[in-house]
Write a protein of this length. Structure first.
Length: 618
């Protein structure tokens, strides 16, 4: 019996030293959990006056593993991964919207201010050409920015494909480990190193996509993505697959869950973490919003300038026509059914894409994708957010279209005129002062601002109280320098009127067109016209774009920093529980080394006693 006690002690302490050595060897191995040996005394045997112990035995070799801390570390890391990648992508977007002299905002104001020289010298062809050149540069910069945004989006799509490949690969590896673990556990002992490998794969998978796990009695785990989709079930692995969005195949994408021959789309809202979530949020939300914000500035500029340019006359006395060209389209652009889109009010535009769904053949609902607000129609045409849509062919119930009016405008913006003589500098109307006028009033400007609502000429008169009558209307308060509108025309007078002062607005004489700058003055006035969100002028339109981009970046930076802090804290707690402490292992090494040596000495003593006993019988 003593020999058995000595042998057990020797082999048990040797096994413990092996486990300690394994811990020390893997102190820096990622995902390794410290292993601990549980010892117990062998049940004693009654002999003579009592029970005599039969030595020591190993009960188990178990991992220092806490399921709660591991789950918490994985959960916080999946959020941190999504936030970090989204922040990284938004930094790339922010770099396309600089401030300062070379910014898009500076180019916008340079293009608008170029009309100053034309106003001063309407017949100067060089000044006219500068207006065209500055507008060309602005349009090219807007299109280049739109192209660069699209390149960033395409890069994100390629990256998301790689993330999907890694997710599918790790799912296969987890399924294979499930198979091995299930077979080993069936033999009785937990395979600690295999369990560590599987936990590490799950942790790595959590960085790619949010997962939840449920353990089975056979040692395998079921891995769910997006809360309810079984990516790994026992030794079988499903797949994730990226598909182009049915409604917007060129810009948005969806994630599908594929199991066997069946596939189902995973809503983006179900993806709450991981790099895949960060990329999906960027591709399907952040990027369309940024493109729409840039496009809204471009579209409002184009429509505002076009409206005013159409209200003026070029050097030949013809209507100015459009200054900018751009494209508005519905996707899919098919017929039947089909949709036409036009801008009804460029000052009411929203930075958003829209989804149009036909409820009947003649009625539709429009959903603003930036915030989910809907507009319903009793029939077409339907006007919303400064846009008007109408059908160009019969529609079927359930037909859907995607409208990207702002993004389309930024992508396709161009200057429509190339000759200085085609620039509409002159106003369609002029103003003359009455023969008996005092010298107290001066004419600052007169021009057409909208479709005329009455016949010419239009009379302007003052009474003894200094009040003004426009076109025979009632007398009202006159404010020097404030533009006044009458029948689609704007007139601005400065000074102090007399009771006998009169003015007449009438068609501009043909011989005055070359030297008239009324429409150039109106173009300059666009700089200060409130155009965005009922508060921001056209000249400050870039500020709105940059502010939206900067706000989104700031929010994502805060989220990334906070979630990373949470993830680091959770990982520290997990590592403190499961990690290897070399000082502790060194102490244990000395302890069990001494125990091993003592066991060896005890075995030698027992052997010597046994040899002495045997020699007594020879």
């Amino acid at each position: 019996m003593s020999l058995n006690v000595a042998a057990r002690a020797l082999t048990t302490n040797q096994s413990v030293l092996q486990v300690i050595g394994h811990n020390i060897a893997n102190a820096n191995t990622v995902g390794y959990s410290r292993q601990n040996v549980s010892l117990s005394a062998v049940e004693g045997q009654q002999s003579g006056g009592g029970f005599y112990g039969k030595g020591v035995q190993i009960e188990s070799v178990a991992r220092s593993y806490d399921a709660f801390l591991t789950r918490q570390a994985n959960t916080t890391q999946t959020v941190a991964s999504a936030d970090a990648l989204r922040f990284e992508k938004l930094q790339q977007v922010e770099s396309l919207f600089p401030l300062g002299a070379g910014s898009l905002g500076a180019m916008l104001n340079t293009a608008l201010n170029a009309w100053v020289d034309v106003q001063a010298s309407p017949a100067d062809s060089t000044a006219r050409q500068v207006v065209i050149d500055r507008a060309d540069e602005l349009a090219a910069r807007i299109k280049d920015t739109a192209t660069r945004l699209n390149e960033v989006a395409e890069t994100a799509k390629l990256q998301s494909k790689e993330v999907i490949n890694q997710i599918n690969l790790k799912a296969e590896q987890i399924a294979n480990l499930n198979d091995k673990i299930g077979r080993v556990i069936g033999s009785g002992a937990p395979p600690n190193d295999l369990l560590d490998q599987r936990d590490q794969l799950i942790a790595e998978l959590s960085q790619k996509v949010q997962v939840t796990t449920i353990g089975a009695s056979d040692g395998t785990v079921t891995v769910f993505v997006a809360s309810s989709y079984p990516l790994v079930l026992g030794s079988k692995a499903a797949k994730l697959k990226l598909e182009r969005d049915e409604l917007d195949p060129d810009h948005r994408q969806t994630v599908n869950f594929v199991q066997g021959n069946s596939a189902s789309e995973i809503p983006d809202d179900f993806l709450v973490g991981g790099e895949l979530k960060g990329l999906q949020s960027f591709i399907n939300q952040d990027m369309p919003n940024t493109q729409a914000e840039l496009g809204r500035m471009a579209l409002a500029l184009a429509v505002g300038v076009n409206n005013q340019h159409n209200s003026g006359l070029n050097q030949s006395g013809a209507s100015g026509g459009d200054f900018f060209t751009y494209t508005l389209s519905a996707v899919p652009d098919s017929s039947p059914p089909g949709l036409s889109i036009s801008v009804s009010d460029h000052t009411a535009l929203a930075a958003s894409d829209y989804e149009v769904t036909f409820n009947t053949a003649t009625t539709a609902t429009v959903k603003r994708l930036s915030d989910g607000v809907s507009f319903a129609s009793a029939g077409l045409p339907l006007t919303f957010d400064g846009l008007t849509i109408d059908q160009t062919a019969g529609a079927t119930v359930g037909s859907k279209f995607l409208l990207r009016p702002a993004a389309d405008a930024a992508r396709t913006l161009d200057v429509a005129i190339s000759r200085p003589a085609d620039l509409a500098v002159a106003s369609t109307v002029g103003i003359t002062a009455g023969a008996g006028n005092s010298a107290g009033l001066s004419i600052e400007s007169v021009n057409q601002t909208s479709t005329p609502g009455g016949a010419l000429p239009i009379a302007i008169a003052f009474n003894a109280s200094g009040q003004i009558s426009l076109g025979g209307g009632p007398f009202q308060v006159f404010t020097p320098g404030k533009p006044m509108t009458v029948n689609g025309y704007s007139v601005t007078l400065r000074g102090t009127p007399a009771a006998t002062d009169t003015f007449t607005i009438d068609t501009l004489p043909a011989n005055a067109v070359r030297f008239n700058a009324g429409n150039a003055q109106a173009m300059l006035a666009l700089r200060d016209a409130v155009t965005f969100d009922a508060s921001t002028t056209l000249s400050d339109g870039y500020v709105s774009v940059f502010s939206a981009v900067a706000s989104r970046l700031s929010e994502s930076k805060f989220s990334a920093e906070f979630s990373q802090s949470q993830a680091a804290s959770a990982e520290t707690q997990r590592a403190n529980q499961a990690g290897v402490n070399l000082d502790e292992e060194a102490a244990k090494l000395i302890q069990y080394q001494q125990a091993y040596q003592a066991s060896a000495k005890y075995m030698g003593t027992v052997q010597s006693l046994f040899d002495t006993l045997m020699s007594a019988f020879r």
